[in-house]
Design a protein around this ligand. Structure first.
Ligand code: IPM
Ligand code: MG
Length: 350
């Protein structure tokens, strides 16, 4: 069984995962690594963004680390074979329904945020995004021609009790190991799925997690509160689409999208999927200037959550912190280091 399967993908994906490979080889040389083309890179080779073989390899690994998918080259690919469709199929195929997206501000980067230092300094909260349901996967979905001209497009937002409950459970469990507070974000004021979401989270809370503080918030208000006073949050659980949006907002609080990792987890004993939150960044792809820290920190999460190597994860986290303290900055952080030089900086601290 492979320990870590790398799916470099597209755009800056291959550049940042190359740094993960270097870090893994230095920090945990005993881990076995493997690699598959994914996303647009796989589409170009095999006509599909995720081959059956790559999915099987992912499911047979202990952890999967994805770089990034998509780019202008594939915008006209058939919709079900777009690179993004491969990512959704990977998430669904691995059953990783709970997406942990930390928003934490590294001390030396408090001034890199577009928000005031006092708002973000010391920030540390976690978004738990539902990842395999909701409007991303609901059917029907289609675009149809209307008789009188024009078209009509339909997407379906759908959630079951079981889907809501299992992701909420992850949030409550996480909160118990942190500051013991869960904020559940939905739009129960306008959406039936939001109403069910609120009811299910409330019932689970009363039944099993009454010791954890629970607060409900409307998703639009959550967006506002995240930029107004993000330190009020500990764990925020929300659906797939709101989680996509709210996690981009939170990422910016921390200075750069290039800093934040994520972990997508399924049932106990199944492999986790680790991804930097940043996308493929086609505008800087191939220039060697992308920040590899989000990918390196995604590896840190893999060590912690899937590979049972918490001690090495701690060492890696500390090395990243020290590299930043010592002034290591890629362009997104206002510096001039290349991708490889930032990898060097972390390796030096290790
Ligand atoms: C993310 C990305 C993906 C998503 C895209 C690339 C399909 O934005 O991981 O946040 O929407 O989930
Ligand atoms: Mg996103």
């Amino acid at each position: 069984m492979t320990d870590l399967l790398l799916l470099p993908g597209d755009g800056i994906g291959p550049e940042v995962t190359a740094q993960v490979r270097r870090v893994a080889q230095a920090l945990t040389p005993d881990l076995t690594l493997d690699e598959r083309p994914f996303g647009g890179a796989s589409y170009d080779l095999h006509g599909t963004p995720l081959t059956d073989e790559a999915l099987a390899a992912a499911r047979a690994s202990r952890a999967v680390l994805m770089g990034a998918v998509g780019g202008p080259k594939w915008v006209d690919a058939p919709r079900d074979r777009r690179p993004e469709a491969g990512l959704l199929a990977l998430r669904a195929g691995m059953g990783v329904f709970a997406n942990l997206r930390p928003a934490l501000c590294f001390q030396p980067l408090a001034d890199a945020s577009s928000l005031k230092r006092e708002v973000v300094e010391g920030l540390d909260f976690m978004i738990v995004r539902e990842l395999t349901g909701g409007i991303y996967f609901g059917s029907p979905r289609f675009i149809e021609d209307l008789p009188g001209g024009g078209q009509r497009a339909v997407d379906t937002q759908v959630y079951t009790t079981a889907e809501i409950e299992r992701v909420a459970r992850v949030a409550f469990e996480l909160a118990r190991g942190r500051r013991n507070k869960v904020t559940s974000a939905e739009k129960s004021n306008v959406m039936d799925s939001g109403l069910l979401w609120r009811r299910v989270v409330t019932a689970l809370h009363q039944r099993e997690y009454a010791d954890v503080e629970l607060e409900h918030i409307l998703a639009d208000n959550a967006a506002m509160q995240i930029v107004k006073n993000p330190k009020q949050f500990d764990v925020m659980v929300t659906d797939n689409l709101f989680g996509d949006i709210l996690s981009d907002i939170s990422a910016q609080l921390t200075g750069s999208l290039g800093m934040l990792p994520s972990a997508a987890l399924g049932l106990a004993g199944t492999p986790g999927l680790y991804e930097p939150i940043h996308g493929s960044a086609p505008d800087i792809a191939g220039q060697g200037v992308a920040n590899p820290l989000a990918a390196i920190l995604s590896f840190e999460m893999a060590l912690r959550w899937s590979l049972g190597r918490a001690a090495e994860a701690d060492r890696l986290y500390a090395a990243v912190e020290r590299a930043l303290e010592n002034g290591a900055r890629t362009r997104d952080l206002g510096g001039a280091l290349s991708t490889v030089e930032m990898g060097d900086a972390v390796l030096t601290e290790l």
